[in-house]
Design a protein around this ligand. Structure first.
Ligand code: SF4
Length: 180
């Protein structure tokens, strides 16, 4: 049961390097202040693994590269009142989208056959199928706020969360840029 005085936040990473989440943690001692006003109800950073029915703010890192990413993006959109696309991978596909230059079959072959010496084969069991092309988050669900950067700095993430806590829609354009 979440604390009704706190806003609830859920985070997830799709196809990314987790660097955006690391940048989130880099807000350092401000995490203590944040913890007094925010409850993280679902995230790779906390134990809770059940996304509540309604979450105030959802934060998504990473691009949409496979069927599992796609399902998670839709799940977050369904459950989160306000959805943030965090970091260049989520905002524009960034590094994962570099594979879009090549046909999907050649990507599979390069990764699982040409560069493998032992049992080269395409993985099937328990591995979500890749989408034909990597997509940014907003290509599959509506997004409420974009926070570019690779990763966005801790100060940028703090600015965005602080503004939301004050009831304002932040404008991160002045505090971050692509690749910053
Ligand atoms: S935007 Fe950069 S830091 Fe964030 S997940 Fe992508 S590659 Fe990693």
């Amino acid at each position: 049961m979440s604390d009704p005085k706190k806003i609830t936040v859920a985070t997830t990473w799709l196809d990314g390097c987790s660097g955006c989440h690391m940048s989130f943690l880099d807000i350092d001692e401000r995490l203590i202040e944040l913890a007094q006003r925010v409850e993280v109800v679902y995230s790779p950073l906390v134990d809770g693994k059940h996304l509540p029915e309604t979450v105030d703010v959802g934060i998504v890192e990473g691009s949409v590269s496979n069927e599992e990413d796609l399902a998670k993006a839709h799940e977050f959109r369904r459950h989160c009142k306000f959805l943030i696309s965090l970091g260049d991978c989520a905002v524009n596909g960034n590094i994962p989208a570099m594979r879009n230059l090549f046909p999907l079959d050649s990507v599979y072959d390069r990764a699982y056959k040409e560069n493998v010496q032992l049992k080269p084969q395409r993985p099937n069991d328990g591995v979500p199928a890749l989408l034909a092309v990597v997509k940014p988050l907003h290509a599959v669900v509506p997004v409420d706020l974009y926070v570019p950067g690779c990763p966005p700095t801790a100060d940028t993430i703090w600015f965005v969360l602080s503004e939301l806590l004050e009831g304002r829609i932040p404008n991160p354009n002045n505090v971050t840029r692509f690749g910053a």
